[in-house]
Design a protein around this ligand. Structure first.
Ligand code: F6P
Length: 324
């Protein structure tokens, strides 16, 4: 291969720029040329390419979001859209593609890579940490730190006013952000979709902790949990059952996706970006590069997408013990 292209797709995450930078620089280091594609798969279809050399990615390692922009492309779900994308790639003599994103991105990449003769390597970039086959995804660590910082601030008000805060965090269907930030921020309860505790048991547990002398409470709720999907009604019902608390809801929202990436995410993104180009040079295709036990691994897209990542059960036990 002589020329590659790199794009970011799906929800942005802090560290995506660092990954693009590493891809571009390893391409140049290895004697390849590299194009960037704007707006993910949509930009492939609409022919939005830009040549990227090592100097074009200066001052990007510290920046959140993605300077190549991102999109969730509907057109790429149709064969017609994908054919246009392939023709545009061929017209620019691009031999291989690196895609940075989450499971939606890998699903699109996997279909494309089988349909057309185009090697593709995926880099896991999502704050959710929900991709099977990698211990960490780019942006997760930064999001955790953002969430913990926000909860620390909310705790000041919770304890000053004896309030109970339900704090909704992102994660789509995965509880990693909630569980880890909940432990890190000292939450009384952590509600995750992998457990779905339910309202009755939540109220029971809050009553119990009230009796042990707690006057304020932080409950971290993952958006994918059944309570997360119905958080305002749940807050009202807790208020009725526990009138001694004043119940408040805070939805952290997209603040969790932004900001300058942590050092952990910058290093992870740099390793995975370099690893993706290395993988292409080794002749690999249709795989994600991930990190397991500190080592770069190659994981087939199917394994990354179709097998649900298992949550660390030991962490649930730790959360129960340290919140008692
Ligand atoms: O996948 C990342 C994520 O932030 C999820 O945690 C969340 O459910 C979703 O994206 C939100 O997507 P959007 O930014 O399109 O609303």
């Amino acid at each position: 291969i002589n020329k590659i292209a790199v794009l970011t797709s799906g929800g942005d995450s802090p560290g995506m720029n660092a990954a693009i930078r590493a891809v571009v620089r390893n391409a140049a280091y290895s004697g390849l040329t590299c194009d960037g594609v704007y707006r993910g798969f949509q930009g492939l279809i609409e022919n939005e390419f830009v040549e990227l050399g090592p100097r074009d990615v200066k001052n990007t390692i510290n920046r959140g979001g993605t300077f190549l922009k991102s999109a969730r492309s509907k057109d790429f779900m149709n064969k017609e859209g994908r054919l246009k994308a392939f023709k545009n790639l061929k017209a620019r003599h691009i031999d291989a593609l690196v895609v940075i994103g989450g499971d939606g991105t890998f699903t699109g990449a996997s279909v494309f890579s089988k349909e057309f003769d185009m090697p593709i390597i995926g880099i896991p970039g999502t704050i959710d940490n929900d991709i099977n086959g990698t211990d960490y995804t780019i942006g997760y660590d930064t999001a955790l730190n953002t969430v913990v910082e926000a909860i620390d601030k909310i705790r000041d008000t919770a304890s000053s006013h004896d309030r109970l805060f339900l704090i909704e965090v992102m994660g789509r269907d995965a509880g990693d952000i909630a569980l880890n930030s909940g432990i890190g921020a000292g939450a009384e309860e952590i509600l995750i979709p992998e457990e779905n505790l339910g309202i009755d048991r939540l109220i029971e547990s809050l009553e119990k902790s009230r009796k042990t002398g707690k006057s304020s409470s932080i409950v971290v709720v993952s958006e994918g949990d059944q309570i997360g999907k119905n958080i305002t009604n749940v807050a009202e019902s807790i208020q009725e059952n526990l009138p001694e608390y004043e119940v408040k809801v805070t939805v952290l929202g997209h603040i969790q996706r932004g900001g300058s990436p942590s050092c952990f995410d910058r290093v992870l993104a740099s390793r995975l970006g370099v690893g993706a180009v290395d993988a292409l040079l080794e002749g690999k295709s249709n795989i994600m590069v991930g990190i397991e036990h500190k080592k770069i691994v190659h994981v087939p897209f199917e394994t990354a997408i179709n097998i649900k990542k298992i949550l660390d059960i030991d962490l649930i036990r730790v959360a129960d013990i340290v919140s008692s």
